[in-house]
Design a binder for this molecule. Structure first.
Ligand SMILES: [Zn+2]
Ligand SMILES: [Zn+2]
Length: 248
């Protein structure tokens, strides 16, 4: 199981590095690909959080899960929008906001923390329940390409060259793997603690789906991007159903 979790953490890491590399080395922006990936992953993550993660955390630790879900939501908001002066998913064109060095460092830090939580969600998901771990991995994997692209564009917008951009984008990607490791190393003292962490991760997922991804889709000019969100929800149901049939 540990090997599987580490492998999936690495796969998510490489998806992010790959997304960043596309932008850094081709200097082209596949707008439609980005928007459809954002929409698919938003639908998938929102369906996963609302129909599986939240009910499961209430089942496991009761009503106190609500506070932890909010805490997870608030934590990611804190790192992405309070410490960092300007951040959103997608291509960064607002260079006026991020030219200063401290600004680009804090945005980088915000994304680093975001990726850490992505990675932790994979291993905590697996510790909670095997099927949910797999579903969480898929939701995370799907938004890793556009996330890597986002990182690369922020680095370019802050005036970094090709080499530095690649190094820093890879570092953010690698934070995913570090997060997976941290999640694995958390001792399973009691199922209650895993339940608490799981509720917290649900709040993180809620933030990624509804606040990181949806606004970007709503601002996109790509045809049908908003409709693809529903496809993401459908994909979630089909995947969950498929995994259940596979193991039963
Ligand atoms: Zn911007
Ligand atoms: Zn992410």
């Amino acid at each position: 199981m540990t090997t599987l979790i580490l492998t999936l953490g690495l796969v998510a890491t490489f998806a992010e590095v790959l997304g960043g590399s596309i932008i850094i080395f081709t200097r082209r922006w596949p707008q439609k690909f980005q928007d459809y990936m954002l929409a698919i992953s938003a639908g998938f993550i929102i369906a996963l959080v609302l129909t599986r993660l939240i009910p499961e955390s209430i089942n496991s630790i009761g009503e106190s899960s609500a506070v932890l879900i909010m805490l997870g939501y608030a934590t990611l908001h804190l790192f992405e929008h309070i410490f960092a002066p300007h951040f959103h998913f997608g291509e960064e064109t607002h260079t006026e906001h991020i030219v200063s060095k401290p600004a680009s460092i804090s945005i980088f830090f915000g994304l680093f923390v975001h990726a850490l939580f992505d990675g932790m969600a994979i291993s905590i998901g697996f510790k909670f329940n095997y099927v949910i771990g797999l579903l969480l991995f898929i939701g995370i994997f799907l938004h890793k390409f556009p996330e890597g692209m986002t990182v690369a564009s922020i680095l370019f917008a802050s005036g970094k060259g090709t080499k530095t951009s690649f190094l820093l984008a890879s570092l953010v990607g690698f934070a995913t793997f570090i997060g997976t490791l941290i999640g694995l190393l958390i001792p399973e003292i009691s199922s209650k603690i895993i339940g608490f962490l799981f509720a917290f991760i649900s709040g993180i997922g809620l933030y990624v789906g509804t606040t990181d991804l949806i606004p970007e889709i709503n601002n996109s000019k790509t045809k049908y991007a908003s409709l693809v969100v529903f496809l993401g929800m459908l994909l979630f149901y089909m995947t969950a159903d498929f995994i259940h049939k596979l193991i039963h």
